[in-house]
Design a protein around this ligand. Structure first.
Ligand code: SF4
Length: 99
């Protein structure tokens, strides 16, 4: 067995998960801002699901679909009030496939 067959890429493992979108009810929201803080801007690189992006106008935006609920953005940006973070409603959000 080749080494590639023994090790699966993280992206391939994440692809096994499923996500049920709660349309119109995002579980993470960003507070309106003119210029993002360093922490909020850093989320465009740190979020493992790529949910955060920087708009051309400089503000940070979020598309919470695909969120892995890792809590990184909650730790970095919720205490300052830059984001509000809640778990998705029951039955929605990430459905992890283990193994
Ligand atoms: S909880 Fe984790 S995966 Fe979800 S948006 Fe925040 S950093 Fe990304």
């Amino acid at each position: 067995m080749g080494i590639e067959a023994q090790f699966q890429k993280v992206e391939e493992k994440l692809y096994q998960n499923r996500y049920l979108v709660d349309a119109g009810q995002p579980h993470i929201k960003i507070a309106p801002h003119e210029k993002p803080s360093k922490n909020l801007l850093a989320m465009t690189h740190l979020c493992p699901a790529g949910c955060y992006s920087e708009a051309e106008t400089g503000q940070v935006e979020i598309a919470a679909d695909g969120c892995l609920e890792c809590g990184t953005c909650r730790v970095l940006c919720e205490p300052s009030g830059e984001i509000s973070w809640n778990y998705p409603r029951g039955g929605y959000g990430i459905l992890f496939k283990f193994g």
